[in-house]
Design a protein around this ligand. Structure first.
Ligand code: G6P
Length: 607
């Protein structure tokens, strides 16, 4: 994983590299480093911890080089300390890397045998030594990188800087994303357009297997077969300003509160409010001819996919399989050509989701993606993209992207129902009207924040928390547990209400809060029975429901959060908000790093 930057500039590049790395911190933030040429000599500054440590180091010991590479790291091989921080270097070359070199051990043994001295625990260091070895054998820098790449197994985006080469950066990509920025007498490499936005909005995206040679005057790109090629220069719409927190203490809080607006915005892209009909872009497949849909994603996006399954099956009577992307890819699932595979991803760069997309394509599936970053690799490789219009999501724990993903999935499922004749016009009108009301209900849900904050004080005292739900509230229970554990580090599990008695009930005693997500719907009575089972064992229940559910859940020792009445089809979109707020306030009380929790990254670009 990690974010990389490279700049061939006309003035000292360290400040611009730091600015770019700030924009890449979503890819990792356990250590960072830069290398420049100081009077032609490779010079590095690296620091363990957040980027501000590197910034402080550069204030104390500035760099003046007008060419440089930089990196923000999420550790895969080797602890997150200064030694293992990138760039990795020999006396001839420095390299930054995003990805994993799978055969690093084998290469390390071979290169050590020829005298290379390794000083880190990383897989990346072999790349620096391999290129150096080839240069020592007589190759120039460009040819040395060209010869090294076929020897690397695994995934990578790389940027190289060479001793004494003041007008040369080399980049390469296989698996991990890499873009070229075209400035005025300046050239750049970066993991994405957002990192390059303050420097240029002229961007070309390298394709898999590409190799690029950058000089201040321009770039030459070679494809996987070594043939010179051109990658189009596009105008990037990535914002050149850093997204601010406004009056909020954390990005996560801001993003939770933005949901009424961004979900409304997303819905307006797929709904014709005047006719109360779903209006999608032209589809390259016919829902009526599909016999199955496969949805794949990771993390929170996977839970959005699970909720989508309930909707497709109910509205369109279409069987749906939902897989964690890393599982679908390797479990040899049979595909019938011509069916539909849907990929859900905030970043559009998640390595497992992307690899599964390619796998589905190879098996003749139509590929539709629901992504938030419209310029991402997943978006670019999809047959059809349905963007979520959540805007940049900075908090590592996904919130507004999740509800926007749900909004798109709901619209798709309604369109599928219409195309398959399983929804009448009247059904569609009812479902669409319910969606149109969602932003209003979300605002009402946000008004419960003071109450939620009080409940969070109790949650924060515990080591374990259980979430229960049935129907679409079950995936939401999974999402609630994920939110809580990722930002507060309290162990939490989500369960389908009916599964309680098959194991988790053994955990229940007076020390475990049980958060029950249960709007008054056709399975509410069943959930009440589950709550009785918890209450009988002294479990403490927090029930998230609506006015009718609050009246009918006649159980003692229940704290109730009452949301407005709404049709069951849209409850997951609205109930997500108190679930997110509960996790958020618990984490704030615990004093954790809410926006950048330990060990996590916003975009996971390694398998
Ligand atoms: C990481 C993030 C999660 C996200 C998941 C999938 O684990 O921390 O918030 O849900 O990746 O990411 P994607 O960008 O594909 O939605």
């Amino acid at each position: 994983m990690c974010g990389i930057i490279g700049i061939l500039g006309r003035e000292p590049v360290a400040p611009a590299m730091i600015e770019a790395l700030k924009r890449l911190e979503y890819r990792g933030y356990d250590s960072a480093g830069v290398a420049t040429l100081e009077n032609g000599h490779l010079t590095r500054r690296r620091a363990e911890g957040k980027l501000r440590k590197l910034e402080e180091l550069l204030e104390r010991k500035p760099l003046q080089g007008q060419i440089g590479i930089g990196h923000t790291r999420w550790a895969t091989h080797g602890r997150p300390n200064e030694t293992n921080a990138h760039p990795h270097a020999t006396d001839r070359v420095a390299v930054v890397h995003n990805g994993i070199i799978e055969n690093f051990n084998e290469l390390r043994t071979e290169l050590s045998g020829r005298g290379a001295k390794f000083t880190t625990e990383t897989d990346t260091e072999v790349i620096a030594h391999l290129v150096t070895d080839l240069m020592n054998g007589g190759l120039g820098p460009i040819d040395a990188v060209r010869a090294a790449l076929p020897r690397l197994k695994g995934a990578f985006a790389l940027a190289f800087l060479f001793e004494g080469e003041n007008d040369l950066l080399v980049g390469a990509r296989r698996g991990s994303p890499l873009a070229i920025g075209h400035g005025d007498g300046e050239m750049m490499l970066g993991s994405d357009a957002i990192a390059l936005a303050p420097l240029t909005s002229n961007i070309s995206y390298l394709e898999d297997g590409d190799f690029a040679v950058l000089k201040r005057g321009g770039a030459q790109v070679y494809d996987a077969n070594g043939n010179e090629t051109k990658r189009p220069v596009l105008r990037s719409g990535a914002a050149s300003f850093l997204v601010e927190k406004g009056n909020f203490r954390h990005f996560m809080a801001k993003e939770i509160h933005e949901q009424p607006e961004v979900v409304g915005h997303t819905l307006s892209a797929y709904i014709d409010f005047a006719t109360e009909r779903v209006q999608l872009p032209e589809l390259p497949f016919d829902f009526a001819k599909l016999d199955r849909i496969a949805i794949s994603a990771c993390g929170t996006a996977y839970y959005a996919g699970l909720i989508g399954k309930y909707w497709f099956e109910r509205f369109a009577r279409l069987p749906v399989e939902v897989d964690i992307a890393s599982e679908l890819r390797y479990r040899e699932a049979p595909f019938t050509p011509g069916n539909l595979a849907i990929f859900v991803s905030q970043s559009g760069e998640t390595a497992d989701t992307l690899a599964t997309l390619r796998h589905a394509k190879e098996h003749g599936q139509h590929v539709l993606s629901i992504v938030n970053v419209a310029t991402s690799t997943i978006a670019r490789e999809s047959e059809l993209v349905m963007p979520t219009l959540a805007g940049p999501e900075i908090g590592v724990a996904s919130t507004k992207a999740f509800t926007c993903q749900l909004a798109v999935l709901a619209c798709l499922a309604i369109a599928a129902g219409r195309a398959r004749g399983t929804l009448t016009e009247e059904d569609e009108g009812n479902l669409v009207r319910a969606l149109i009301e969602v932003p209003r209900h979300m605002s009402e849900a946000l008004a419960l924040e003071p109450e939620i904050e009080r409940l969070a004080r109790d949650i924060a005292k515990n080591r374990d928390v259980l979430y229960l739900g049935r129907g679409t509230s079950y995936p939401l229970a999974l999402e609630g547990a994920l939110k809580l554990k990722e930002i507060s580090y309290i162990h939490a599990e989500g369960y389908a209400g009916g599964e309680l008695k098959h194991g988790p009930i053994a955990l229940i005693d007076a020390t475990i809060p049980v958060i029950v997500i249960a709007p008054y719907d056709r399975v509410f009575e069943k959930t009440v029975s589950n709550m009785q089972e918890v209450a009988a064992r002294e479990g403490r229940i927090i029930l998230i429901t609506d006015p009718r559910g609050a009246r009918e859940a006649t159980i003692e020792s229940v704290a109730i959060l009452t949301l407005p009445d709404m049709p069951p089809s849209v409850t997951p979109l609205v109930y997500a908000l108190p679930v997110q707020l509960l996790a958020y306030h618990t984490a704030v009380i615990m004093g954790t790093d809410v926006d950048q929790p330990r060990n996590l990254a916003k975009s996971v670009t390694v398998e």
